[in-house]
Design a protein around this ligand. Structure first.
Ligand code: NAD
Ligand code: ZN
Length: 344
């Protein structure tokens, strides 16, 4: 089968032919219908050799959708041909966080060598994907896999980030979304669907600000030296309740710190090096900061239901497997509108 692999540190991913895997006990072979392109892939491909821990060669793709092709011994309850989404942050399934469906926070995954597909295990940018357990599959029904595949990360990650801050997003509150890319443009829609707050999007790119408005942001502000002043102009001078930072570099975490008000949340989702200082004299009273990772199995089901209800949809640009390297170049150049999705 064909697979898009990261093979050499610092080089572009390559399309190669590798053997099609056979599902072992408990495993499921999925015929890939779509695989999403995430900035996190670009991040890992930018790491120097001494910081790179994902193994080589690595078949990319931690957002996957497909149809059930074959099941290994012991797997029951799945129908061949059934359309599914793949829950990516695989855990052991048995520890306390996993028992709550929070496999993204599995206590044992690292020790057991369990890695997400595309982030250690072979990923979805291939003709077939081996899934370690049937519990990592969420039925998609008649939803379009290409439009839905990014619900597994670009939907799930902001959903998890937003859900914990919902009690603060009451009528009259303000949420700021920094970075209206793959994750951010879905975050805006989730906020509009789940909370009666005002949503202000911030991005460096005029096209992304236009997308932010198109998907429901009340206001869209250019990310520059004047962003804070512009945002406070929109709120009548009042600081904001929650800032979601989908970039996570010093200029954006600093902006988040300056914007957050008393009792507010700073939520850093972007994997940049930016930090937030929390202290009695450096943060408004009772303001909190957190950096969440991905989401739980039940949250993925909730995100799929939001999509099924027509409350959120992912803007998608499609690429073939051959065009995979180009999709990453476009992502790096910041010219993808919404999410790039590989359709094998
Ligand atoms: P993306 O490239 O699609 O979107 C990033 C957006 O940020 C773009 O619209 C870009 O124009 C904008 N941007 C860049 N610099 C900016 C600045 N200084 N101010 C304002 N906006 C700026 O990326 P994505 O795939 O949506 O991922 C977003 C981030 O989330 C990445 O850092 C990614 O690695 C991370 N991520 C984290 C998790 C997690 O579990 N925490 C999961 C997935 C992705
Ligand atoms: Zn676990």
């Amino acid at each position: 089968m064909r697979a898009l692999q990261y093979r050499t540190i610092g080089a572009a991913p390559e399309l190669v032919d590798i053997p099609t895997p056979t599902p072992g006990p408990g495993q499921v072979l999925v015929k890939v219908t779509a695989a999403g392109v995430c900035h996190s892939d670009e991040f890992l491909m930018s790491l120097p050799e001494d910081q790179y821990t994902y193994g080589l060669p690595l078949t990319l793709g931690h957002e996957g959708a497909g149809t059930i092709e074959a099941v290994g011994p012991g797997v029951t309850g799945l129908t061949i041909g059934e359309s599914v989404l793949v829950y990516g942050p695989w855990g052991c399934g048995r520890c306390y966080p996993c028992s709550k469906g929070e496999e993204n926070y599995c206590e044992k995954a690292a020790a057991l060598g369990i890695r997400p597909p595309g982030l250690g295990a072979p990923g979805a940018m291939a003709d077939y994907l081996l899934v370690d357990d049937a519990r990592h599959l969420v039925p998609l029904g008649d939803l379009d896999p290409v439009a839905s595949v990014s619900l597994t990360d670009a939907g799930l990650t902001p959903y998890h980030a937003i859900k914990k801050s919902l009690p603060k997003l009451v009528p009259g509150s303000v949420a700021v979304v920094i970075g209206a890319g793959g994750l951010g443009h879905v975050a805006i829609q989730i906020l509009r669907a789940m909370a009666p707050c005002t949503v202000i999007a911030v991005d460096t790119s005029e096209e992304k600000l236009e997308l932010a408005r198109a998907v429901g942001a009340h206001h869209a502000v250019t990310s520059d030296q004047r962003a804070e002043e512009q945002i406070l102009g929109l709120t009548g001078g009042r600081k904001v309740d929650v800032v979601f930072d989908f970039v996570g570099i010093d200029p954006t975490t600093e902006l988040a710190s300056r914007l957050v008000g008393v009792g507010g949340d700073i939520v850093i989702v972007g994997v940049g090096p930016g930090t937030v200082e929390v202290g009695f004299f450096s943060t408004p009273w009772e303001a909190s900061a957190r950096a969440p990772y991905w989401g739980s199995r039940s949250e993925l089901m909730e995100v799929v239901e939001l999509a099924r209800a027509g409350r959120i949809s992912v803007e998608v640009e499609t690429f073939s497997l051959d065009e995979g390297p180009e999709a990453y170049e476009r992502l790096k150049a910041g010219t993808v509108r919404g999410r790039a999705v590989i359709v094998p």
